[in-house]
Design a binder for this molecule. Structure first.
Ligand SMILES: N[C@@H](CCC[C@H](N)C(=O)O)C(=O)O
Length: 289
């Protein structure tokens, strides 16, 4: 079985090509692949499957050739993964499975490439070394708290296709001081399917951005990661709201680098590096689910 390893600002993925959807991918196999000592290591798995060949992609097969079958490292599914989508697109382009700007069936007008996901269709474009994906506009729908050790912080619940809770740290606290080795406690009533929790502090002004935010994240199903694209979009939307803006651009610094979030009237663009680092052959029998 062939695999490729890739990452977007340090959010890393095992990419499995499975165009015809024949791979028996199980939660146990995903967790074994993502194990950083006994497997390849990763925050998640991206299965590259034709939309027409996946039960959750088939409804979008007329609009997108490929379905991003994303799994968290614990073997759970998520509706959406922003960095994963950017790395997925890098893989499709690198393998000539799609073209970013042509009139072929796998790309649409304006040079964007449609990708089917559990959260619906997203569109991607290449921006030099970066890959940008256009997702739904983040929806701020509630308030809730996260408790970490003895610290309880209020935050904004945000839907980016998957659930997020964005909590600003009080000025006296530093992001680097947070212990994210354990999951923050949240209200299961507000987040029945779990939630990704982002912690933020304001950054210095950045040229061309309406706001600049530093963030760390504890991801549902993957623990602390170096970056979360949908989390950055949630953080960007909250930063714009706090600045009294409905649309705009936010620089979001994560431990793995910088992401740029642009919220428009009806969508959200996430941009940043997307890198493929290795390709090899798996020995599935050696993996211990
Ligand atoms: N790292 C991802 C988000 C992955 C899914 C998340 N852990 C969830 O369960 O919702 C991103 O870049 O968006």
């Amino acid at each position: 079985m062939e695999f490729t390893k890739g990452h977007g600002t340090g959010n890393d993925f095992v990419i499995l090509p499975d165009p015809d959807g024949t791979l028996d991918l199980t939660p146990g196999l995903v967790a074994a692949l993502c194990d950083r000592r006994r497997g390849l290591g990763g925050d998640g798995v991206l299965r590259v499957v034709r939309a027409a060949k996946h039960p959750e992609g088939v409804a979008l097969a007329g609009e997108a050739e490929w379905f991003m079958d994303y799994w968290n490292s614990d073997g759970s599914f998520a509706e959406m993964c922003g960095n994963g989508a950017r790395v997925f697109v890098r893989y499709l382009l690198d393998r000539s499975l799609a073209a970013a700007s042509s009139s072929s069936s796998s790309s649409s007008s304006g040079g964007t490439l449609p990708i089917a996901t559990r959260a619906g269709l997203v569109r991607a474009r290449v921006e030099g070394a970066d890959v940008a994906v256009e997702m739904r506009r983040p929806r701020l729908y509630d308030t809730a708290t996260a408790t970490l050790g003895g610290l309880t912080l209020p935050g904004a619940a945000v839907d980016v296709g998957n659930p997020h809770l964005v909590c600003a740290l009080p000025a006296a606290l530093e992001l680097t001081g947070l212990d994210l080795t354990r999951a923050p406690e949240v209200d299961a009533g507000t987040f029945p399917a779990g939630v990704n929790v982002e912690f933020t502090t304001p950054g210095e002004p950045v040229t061309g951005a309406d706001a600049h935010v530093l963030m760390r994240v504890y991801e549902r199903g993957s623990a602390e990661t170096l970056s979360c694209g949908t989390g950055a979009c949630a953080v960007g939307a909250v930063a714009l709201r706090d600045a009294g803006l409905d649309t705009g651009t936010v620089a979001v610094d994560v431990p793995g680098g910088r992401l740029t979030v642009t919220v428009t009237a009806d969508s959200c663009w996430l941009s940043g590096p997307a890198v493929l680092v290795a390709t090899g052959t798996l020995t599935p029998s050696a993996l211990t689910p």
